[in-house]
Design a protein around this ligand. Sequence first.
Ligand SMILES: Cc1cn([C@H]2C[C@H](O)[C@@H](COP(=O)(O)OP(=O)(O)O[C@H]3O[C@H](C)C(=O)[C@H](O)[C@H]3O)O2)c(=O)[nH]c1=O
Length: 338
Amino acid sequence: MKVLVTGGAGFIGSNFVIYMLNKYPSYQIINVDALTYAGNLENLTAVQDNPNYTFAKGDIADSAFVEGLFQDGIDVVVNFAAESHVDRSILDPQIFTKTNVLGTQVLLDAAKKHEVKKFVQVSTDEVYGSLGETGLFTETTPLAPNSPYSASKAGGDLIVRAYHETYGMNVNITRCSNNYGPYQFPEKLIPLMIANALNDKQLPVYGDGLNIRDWLYVEDHCSAIDLVMHDGVSGEVYNIGGNNERTNIQIVKTILEQLGKPESLITYVQDRLGHDRRYGIDAAKITNELGWKPKYHFESGIKATIAWYLDNKEWWQRIQSGAYQEYYNRQYASRLGN
Ligand SMILES: Cc1cn([C@H]2C[C@H](O)[C@@H](COP(=O)(O)OP(=O)(O)O[C@H]3O[C@H](C)C(=O)[C@H](O)[C@H]3O)O2)c(=O)[nH]c1=O
């Protein structure tokens, strides 16, 4: 089986590449990644010499490049490649539409032409918008994205759906809640808070800190995609979630407590524009129909994650010393009054 994984040098993509190479020693994994700011081949050091692993650098929105990837035959495409950070989408929305919508369509066109057996679109619960205090997102919840990021993911999902309805392509869409774990870029809540706490820097909590997210350890997301890729029913959407809702402030306090750092580092700052209040996932469909079950409880997952960031300080410190600093200042300087 030849699997083309796009965005395999990013956080979830690299965890998936490693997961698949370990689990399926006979599969060939072709990782394609544009290596933009969030893609890092160091995430894949453990598999770089594996004979079943190959890497190609390029942009999924570049048709000529993508066409070349399919020349030797591809069985399955798993599309992780995306601009994924909501705050960046508020500052610079256009690249989100290019990669997440146009990039998905370019891939679909090549997959259709070369008759791949399955196309898995890795999406997000954010396409459903925001919940009130009760209720959960199901696969039939209407799409109501609120940020340029989630709107672009919803756009990509709709094109995937259309290629199934129009051309009969065998597709699945997965919509997962917030992931955390090793190799997450330190612009997202959990790694940013770990890194800032370790550096004794202020922890910028948006608004009242009471927004709620559902958190899933990244390996559990990988196992869900593995199941969908093999057993997903053509044309179906599968929600994936951890049944683990927390307010942001709970998350931040847990991190501080585990690192033995003071709560005085917490700094409430100006809220994110259009900030979704709550996400909650009903994962009954993938559980009942495909037999998926997460392995990690939040308590063990967050401990493993914090331990990883402690062991891999060099990794995130190097990231933070580059162009990241410019982004950080743009995002936080006025909010933090620096
Ligand atoms: C970076 C940051 C975030 N926050 C808040 C904003 C959110 O309420 C929450 C999580 O933020 P983060 O940017 O880590 O993740 P989401 O905006 O929920 O989106 C994430 O989860 C979904 C499923 C995806 O699909 C996105 O790709 C992924 O980035 O913490 C703060 O309070 N301070 C901060 O400095």
